[in-house]
Ligand binder design. Structure first.
Ligand SMILES: [Zn+2]
Length: 248
């Protein structure tokens, strides 16, 4: 998972969503209203905005593995019809994640969702990546020694397919490619001593492998203490800064 920045809709599209939500609030069935709106030009604009948010490969916002193909209502339409057309409630997902999630939506004791919403929170704040297995797991609270409840719930096998073999293999492949990119940079510096060129090649390679939120893990979060990212940060702080600027 990675943090997704939600973009703003045009006034016209926002007004359309507001009108439709009003119909549901006045008693129209949320699912029927959503289904009959789905092929309209206005909802096309909504899905286009979600695809744009998902990035150039239009990956599912939950697993970051499969191509996103459909809209998920983060708070399910049943029983949360009052959020059916709420822009902040719409997520771009693959069919596997949508099917697995279904209408299941657990809340904590305060009534807050236990599932991570990647468009409103930083998933790596509650998740941890294990480079050995390619799994994402709950982060442990250092003070209490307990698993973060959101991280634990989101990574459960019966909630979302985040740790199935194809996904963990994909993460490990991306991790290898990111490590190779940094190693190549370090080698190029020694061989050619052309910092400018090596730096732009490094940034290009990192962008080519910006998958699964691992670029954020290795450059912004705990992964930066792993080799060879640690060496890059310690020995080439200016290059490290350029990389951070390129991924923000
Ligand atoms: Zn997915």
């Amino acid at each position: 998972m990675r943090k997704i920045i939600r973009i703003e809709l045009t006034i016209k599209t926002s007004r359309y969503l507001g009108r439709k939500q009003n119909e549901v609030n006045l008693g129209r069935d949320p699912r029927t209203t959503w289904n009959t709106s789905y092929r309209t030009l206005a909802i096309n604009k909504v899905t286009a905005a979600l695809r744009q948010m998902a990035g150039k490969r239009e990956r599912c916002m939950y697993c970051e593995d499969s191509h996103g193909t459909q809209v998920d209502h983060f708070w399910p339409m049943v029983p949360y019809g009052n959020k059916t057309f709420l822009w902040e409630n719409l997520i771009w997902v693959c069919s596997g994640c949508n099917q697995k999630k279904g209408n299941r939506f657990d809340l904590d004791e305060q009534g807050n969702p236990l599932l991570i919403d990647p468009t409103s929170e930083e998933p790596w704040d509650v998740l941890f990546y294990d480079p050995e297995t390619g799994f994402i797991t709950a982060r442990y609270d250092l003070e209490t020694g307990l698993e973060n409840p959101k991280g634990a719930h989101t990574t459960k096998a019966d909630v979302l397919p985040l740790n199935i073999d194809v996904v963990t293999d994909g993460r490990k492949r991306t991790q290898r490619n990111l490590r190779k990119a940094v190693h190549r940079f370090l080698d190029r510096i020694v061989q050619h001593n052309n910092l400018e060129k090596a730096q732009s090649e490094l940034i290009e390679e990192i962008q080519d492998h910006d998958d699964y939120g691992l670029v954020q893990w290795y450059f912004l979060k705990d992964g930066r203490d792993n080799p060879p990212f640690r060496e890059l940060r310690a020995n080439y702080p200016e290059v490290w800064e350029r990389v951070l600027e390129s991924i923000r």
